[in-house]
Design a protein around this ligand. Structure first.
Ligand SMILES: Nc1ncnc2c1ncn2[C@@H]1O[C@H](COP(=O)(O)OP(=O)(O)OP(=O)(O)O)[C@@H](O)[C@H]1O
Length: 252
């Protein structure tokens, strides 16, 4: 299987502190790929460098054969991204935002209208189509962000926590959309903190900690015969409450 994403030796330092440390990763085309790791592991920084939002200090990112930093237009044409906390033009309504994104992508207006109507309906945003995005709930914002990422029918979707804040019905819908996308040859990379979810949904997974890949492969390979949560904790080193019980004052 050809690789949809190839990351080689990515490095990013913020103010002398290493966020991503010579990270290399391959994501085969047609996979539903989960990127997991503790808070601050470097997932968002990695995805930002992979999608052309953040310039790496070192290393390369190649999307479907296009180098993200030497040929950004070609790379960005084939991907749809919904990064965490992405600033949307939130003074626009959901419908206007999709029109605007379509224009940025130089899509024909009729096509944008057709696809927007379908996405808004499927994602259950019908009542919110004419409401400004600033007034959306967290889950609605997630869904309109996904609609923006899907509008131009990309071949790679890069999603930061796509199911966070989303209700179970909408999560099922989003999952069905992503599965259909992958069945059609598309590739999805998603970051997530839900091990149970990644275990069920993703056919491949990479565990990142302190800016490095600790394990990567098919989900079954990474699990090594144990629940992903357990494998994750053993890979990243579980740190929890001290055995002697910290925070004694909470019981006072
Ligand atoms: N713009 C920035 N300026 C300074 N430090 C940053 C910046 N962005 C990220 N970092 C630091 O880089 C490290 C990795 O952060 P990153 O957001 O990539 O982690 P993450 O794995 O996505 O975490 P989370 O699961 O909490 O979202 C952290 O130590 C973070 O404080």
């Amino acid at each position: 299987m050809a690789d949809a994403v190839v990351l080689e030796g990515l490095v990013k330092t913020f103010g002398g502190s290493l966020a991503v440390d010579h990270l290399s990763l391959r994501v085969p085309a047609g996979s539903m790929f989960g990127l997991v790791g503790p808070n601050g592991a470097g997932k968002t920084t990695t995805l930002s460098m992979a999608t052309g939002l953040l310039r790496p200090d070192h290393g390369t990112a190649t999307i479907l054969g296009h180098d993200v930093w030497s040929d950004p237009a070609a790379a960005k044409a084939v991907m749809g991204i919904a990064p965490d906390g992405m600033r949307l033009f939130d003074t626009l309504s959901g419908g206007e935002l999709l029109q605007f994104v379509g224009e940025l992508r130089s899509m024909p207006r009729v096509l944008v209208r057709e696809r927007s109507a379908e996405l808004i309906q499927v994602l259950g945003l019908g009542k919110a189509e004419n409401v400004v995005v600033a007034d959306y709930s967290a889950g609605m914002t997630k869904k309109i962000g996904l609609a923006c990422a899907l509008l131009h029918a990309p071949r790679l979707l890069v999603l930061d926590e796509p199911f966070e804040s989303v209700d179970p019905v909408s999560a099922d819908t989003i999952l069905a959309i992503l599965r259909r996308f992958v069945a059609g040859g598309g590739t999805v990379i998603m970051s997530s903190h839900s091990m149970e979810f990644v275990e069920v949904v993703c056919d491949r997974v990479a565990v990142v900690a302190a800016g490095r890949v600790r394990a990567a492969g098919t989900t079954a390979q990474v699990q090594g015969g144990m629940p992903l949560r357990q494998r994750f904790l053993s890979l990243v080193g579980a740190t929890g409450m001290p055995a002697d019980g910290g925070l004694q004052w909470l019981q006072s």
